[in-house]
Ligand binder design. Structure first.
Ligand code: AMP
Ligand code: ZN
Length: 464
């Protein structure tokens, strides 16, 4: 299997340390709000990676849940996202974490991402984090300021290993302006933050340095090494984590253990919107729930993600989601026909095995899901026998996980309320034989993106 390794900037042959158990850590959600579909794109790519690895090796897949310590700003000031969420919703920080974590798993499951082998909550691993900070302190990598214990990045000479020296210098230049007086270098970061003196935090713990809470980066290092050992085979996350979060994870972990932290760093590119970043205020914060409310099957979004390679940016639009939904429907239709026309058992003939090999080769070529998807179309449109097609789809869907063998159902279109109201007016107009008004309303409905057909059963509507 070939995997693009961020630290070497090239595709490498994946060689696990131990074939009996591949180890993979994925940065998980910060549970102070709903996950947006951009976050979920990253989990979908990680799921594809997990499923592909499992074709050959047993996999131990660990994911953290950040339920404390992720500050709003990367510069180690600003508030903890959990406490911000609590203040926003008038709930306790613990309730916020519980609520949004539950929502997160619901969305994760709806997109058919396989649950990790271990789910580790930050708040349940404070002792491990304190132990790691203590080791770093003993080894001379830390210093104390008024607001916490910091990691001295100048003491770790491979600090630029993941991103290159130029990027680190750029980062330092940018950070210098905002640097607090006591931070020795712009790239230094908090390992342990003290609770503010004038305010009681909801989430805080005792430590050898005083009451406070852990820094976000130390969480991942402590939990990853607890469950997977000092050297992990694979560490994943979104591309935004390369420069700071993962760079800091390497610095902490390798300074503490003296060993290489991660053999393969695998990062997924962003889902972007034409209008820029997803934001709550701009109404561009799209969640799985938003998609459901608009009548989409969440798996149409999974399909959309599979049409782009994980290392390319994917621009989200409802037009592209519509076309993904249509393609998924057609692909399921083909798969269903093969199933219905199969009288005996699925037939994994030699031809099918050849196709399966091509499919696996695509996935093992740095997760080329678009090619694997194209092969699936090719097989279903080929002249293979239905029983052979069925055998192939059963195999391919083990990776794609698009419910390809789901019985096609009559689609119920969830109409936006404005369209529904216009349809009602149009039905009335037609009853009154006011054809001019009826046509006018048809145009208005068309302007909202829906086509109306008049059938003996009444008006039928579908999306254009
Ligand atoms: P967070 O909950 O903010 O820590 O993010 C969870 C995961 O989503 C991380 O791996 C991020 O790198 C990733 N992520 C954040 N925004 C996007 C986006 N727009 N597209 C893809 N992945 C993202
Ligand atoms: Zn992390």
């Amino acid at each position: 299997m070939l995997l693009y390794n961020t630290s070497s900037h090239r595709k490498e042959t994946f060689v696990p340390q131990n074939k009996e158990q591949v180890t993979m850590y994925c940065c998980g959600p910060t549970v102070y709000n709903y996950a947006h579909i951009g976050n979920l794109r990253t989990y979908i790519f990680e799921d594809l990676l997990a499923r592909t690895i499992r074709l050959k090796y047993p996999l131990k897949h660990v994911m953290n849940v950040t339920d404390v310590g992720h500050l709003v700003s990367d510069a180690d000031d600003g508030e903890d996202k959990m406490e911000v969420g609590a203040a926003r919703e008038g709930k306790s920080a613990w309730d916020i974490a519980k609520f949004y974590e539950e929502k997160f798993w619901q969305d994760y499951d709806a997109l058919h991402c396989t649950r990790p082998t271990v789910i580790s909550r930050a708040t349940a691993h404070i002792a491990e984090m304190i132990a790691l900070v203590k080791t770093l302190e003993e080894k001379g990598y830390t210093y104390r300021t008024a607001d916490g214990i910091y990691y001295d990045t100048s003491k770790f000479d491979r600090y630029d290993a993941l991103v290159g020296h130029a990027r680190i210098e750029g980062l330092q230049g940018g950070a210098r302006v905002e640097m607090s007086d006591e931070k020795r270098h712009p790239t230094d970061f908090a390992l342990w933050k003290f609770s503010p003196k004038d305010k009681k935090r909801q989430m805080e713990w005792d430590s050898p340095w005083g009451v406070g809470f852990p820094g976000w980066h130390i969480e991942c290092s402590a939990m990853a090494m607890k469950y997977l050992g000092h050297t992990l085979d694979i560490h994943c996350g979104g591309i935004d984590h390369v420069t700071i979060h993962h760079t800091n994870e390497i610095a902490q972990s390798e300074a503490a253990t003296g060993q290489k932290y991660v053999n393969y760093w695998v990062h997924g590119e962003f889902l972007i919107l034409r209008s820029g970043k997803m934001s709550k205020s701009g109404g561009t914060f799209v969640t799985v729930q938003t998609l459901r409310e608009k009548g989409y099957d969440p798996l149409a979004y999974r399909y959309l993600c599979l049409t782009a390679h994980y290392r390319t940016q994917l621009e989200f639009s409802y037009e592209s989601l519509d076309s993904a939904a249509k393609s998924l429907k057609n692909l399921r239709q083909l798969a269903w026909q093969a199933k219905k026309q199969t009288t005996g058992l699925p037939l994994a003939s030699e031809a099918v095995q050849d196709w399966q090999e091509k499919f696996v080769a695509a996935m093992e070529d740095d997760l080329n899901a678009p090619r694997a998807l194209a092969l699936t179309w090719e097989v279903l449109r080929s002249s293979l026998q239905p029983a052979e097609k069925l055998a192939f789809v059963q195999f391919a869907d083990g990776l794609l996980s698009l419910d390809l063998l789901q019985e096609p159902k009559e689609e119920k279109v969830e109409l936006p309320s404005q369209v529904a109201a216009l349809l009602e007016q149009r039905a009335q107009a037609r009853q009154n034989k006011d054809w001019q008004k009826s046509d006018q309303l048809r145009d208005q409905i068309a302007a909202l993106g829906y086509v109306v057909k008049d059938t003996p059963q009444g008006q039928q509507t579908e999306k254009k």
